[in-house]
Design a protein around this ligand. Sequence first.
Ligand code: HPA
Ligand code: ZN
Length: 338
Amino acid sequence: MDGIGRLIDRLPKVELHVHLEGTLEPELAFRLADRNGLALPFASVEKMRAAFDFEDLQSFLDVYYAACSVLVTRADFRDLTRDYLARANADRVRHVEPFFDPQTHTTRGIPIDDVIGGILDGLADGEREFGITSGLILSFLRHLPVEAADATLTAAEPWLDRIVAVGLDSTEVGYPPEPFAPVFARARSLGLRAVAHAGEEGEAALVARTVDCLRASRIDHGVRAADDPAVMRLLAESGVTLTACPISNVRLRVVPTMERSTIGTLMRAGVAVTVNSDDPAYFGGYIGDNYRAIAAALDLGVDDVRQLAVNAINGSFATAERKRELMAELEAAVAGMA
Ligand code: HPA
Ligand code: ZN
């Protein structure tokens, strides 16, 4: 294996863009369907995986929301979370800030306490077993009315001391961020940070508008910001972190090939870009695969890979003390490569 491959293998990683529902591997989906007496619209694990051939974001979201129907009990959410953390641990993830979409479950009649309680159980398992620290992000679905996002924030109030931030995901084109500004302002007044998906399928200007109207400290994806030097300058100057997901972008045809990823352009413009997996069960790659794919396609060197990992530590919502620990682990791994 080449030097960069070895560095990526041993790199202590911070993952800032992963949807827990997007880590539902077909094997677990079938196990949960069986446990809950439910049917999946696929004859087998292999047939389900074969259906993961997407044309765009919406064609993926349709499959992703349908598969969530097997997540029913608090134990299901715990198993989902713990399985992801076991895979993340194999990739040397040391800190993660995962999203969950409460509305995907509450609209099916699942109590929000079971969703959040199960995820927190799984995160506690992961910290105990693997030492992976975490900060949970409650993400609103932008294709649903803003009143539903507001009601979701109210329903989550008993849990807010266990949640670090609110997010905004689902269909981007046709669902602008501005209507969500009051809900995000309320979340910030309750002590939460703000992040939001933008610039995945939407244009560069949407990235700037999202930072402005939601006071987002991170933009999820944001890769289309590379189309506009003024937006890249704004991101670089304001220190907004982008959580890019290179394999996702190829699989959802945001870019035609990995070589055409805009991550290199963003890095050269001084934007704090990071590498993440998004929905790894559906896109066929966890965070290590994403680092390896982008490093190979853009011919990244040790300094580039180190910078991506540093950006993730700095852009995280971990405590200052935890950030110092993560940075020390990172520098030890990079020094070991010299
Ligand atoms: N974009 C928007 N919404 C999502 C995604 C994504 O990549 N993954 C899960 N929900
Ligand atoms: Zn995402």
